[in-house]
Write a protein that binds this ligand. Structure first.
Ligand SMILES: NC(=O)c1ccc[n+]([C@@H]2O[C@H](COP(=O)([O-])OP(=O)(O)OC[C@H]3O[C@@H](n4cnc5c(N)ncnc54)[C@H](OP(=O)(O)O)[C@@H]3O)[C@@H](O)[C@H]2O)c1
Length: 235
C-alpha cells in the first residue's frame, strides 16, 4: 500500500500513476484529486490545516509493506523575506514539513513494528544551499532533511527494524512549481533567469522520470543512508 500526499498534479501524480500501473493500491491525500482508477482511494485534506490533517483516517492495513511519500509542497510567495507577511513562513513549514510529520506520526503509531515501512519526504537542493527570495522554502526543506535523519535514528532505537526514513531531492522538475518560479519578476527573484534557462535548454526532468527513479531508489536500492538525490539514481 502506498500513501502519497499531493497527487493532483506534478511529481505526486506521476508517482501515484507509476505505482498504479504496477498494480499497487494507492491512497492519495490532498485538496484536489485528478486520478480515477479502481486502485486509487482519495482522501480530501487541506494540508495547510492541522485539524484537517488530524481528521485523516487510514483504511485497514493488509500484511503488505507500507510506503508513505510526503510529496505535497509549496514554494510560498517568492520575494525577499523582509517584504513577506510572517504567516508565509508558517504556511510553508506547515505544508512542507508539519503536515507530513503529523501523518508519519499517526502511521508510526498505527503500523506494527514488524511491518516493512518506508517513509519518504520529498526534499530539495534548496534545503542544502540558500536561494535568495526562497527563505521559507529553503528552511522547510533543510528541516525535512534533519527531521528524517532524526526519525530514522529514533525508530532504530525503538526497534523498528524494517523501517527506513528517506529525504529525497528530485532535481529540477517540469511542473507547475517551475512555471511559478519562471513567472516571478527579477525584482523579486534575482536568480529567475537561471530557472528560465533550465526550461529553454531542456534541462528539466519530467515528473514521470522522477517517479521511475524514486521507485528504483525505494524498491531496488540498498538503503544505507537517509538523504538522497535522484540525480544519483540512474535508470
Ligand atoms: N518541481 C521541482 O523542480 C522541484 C524541485 C525540488 C523539489 N520539489 C518538491 O517536489 C514536491 C512536488 O512538487 P511539484 O513540483 O510536483 O509541485 P506542484 O506541481 O506545484 O504540485 C504540488 C502538489 O502539492 C499539493 N499541495 C499543495 N498545497 C497543498 C495543500 N495545502 N494541501 C494539499 N495538497 C497541497 C498540490 O495540490 P493542489 O491541487 O491542492 O494544489 C499538488 O498536488 C514538492 O515537495 C516540491 O517542494 C520540486
Amino acid at each position: 500500500m502506498v500513501i502519497i500526499t499531493g497527487t493532483s498534479r506534478g511529481i505526486g501524480k506521476a508517482i501515484a500513476e507509476n505505482y498504479l500501473s504496477l498494480g499497487e493500491l494507492v491512497i492519495g491525500i490532498g485538496r484536489n484529486h485528478t486520478i480515477s482508477h479502481p486502485n486509487y482511494s482519495p482522501i480530501i485534506c487541506d494540508l495547510n490545516n492541522p485539524e484537517s490533517v488530524d481528521r485523516i483516517s487510514f483504511p485497514q492495513l493488509n500484511e503488505e509493506p507500507v510506503i508513505f511519500i510526503h510529496n505535497a509542497g509549496i514554494l510560498g510567495r517568492v520575494d525577499y523575506f523582509e517584504k513577506l507577511e510572517s504567516v508565509e513562513l508558517a504556511r510553508v513549514m506547515q505544508v512542507n514539513l508539519f503536515a507530513g510529520a503529523a501523518i508519519l506520526q499517526r502511521l508510526l503509531n498505527y503500523i506494527p513494528k514488524t511491518r516493512i515501512f518506508k517513509s519518504i519526504f520529498i526534499s530539495s537542493g534548496a534545503g542544502k544551499n540558500p536561494i535568495a527570495s526562497w527563505a521559507a522554502y529553503c528552511a522547510s526543506k533543510a528541516a525535512v532533511d534533519l527531521f528524517c535523519q532524526t526519525i530514522q535514528l529514533e525508530e532504530q532505537q525503538l526497534g523498528r527494524e524494517k523501517f527506513h526514513c528517506l529525504s529525497v531531492a528530485p532535481g529540477v522538475v517540469d511542473t507547475d512549481m517551475q512555471v511559478m518560479i519562471r513567472e516571478t519578476s527579477a525584482d523579486s527573484f534575482s536568480e529567475v533567469e537561471r530557472f528560465r534557462e533550465y526550461k529553454h535548454s531542456n534541462q528539466l526532468y519530467s515528473p514521470e522520470l522522477v517517479a521511475k527513479k524514486l521507485y528504483k531508489l525505494i524498491h531496488e536500492t540498498p538503503l544505507e543512508q537517509v538523504i538522497y538525490s535522484l540525480r544519483d539514481i540512474q535508470l
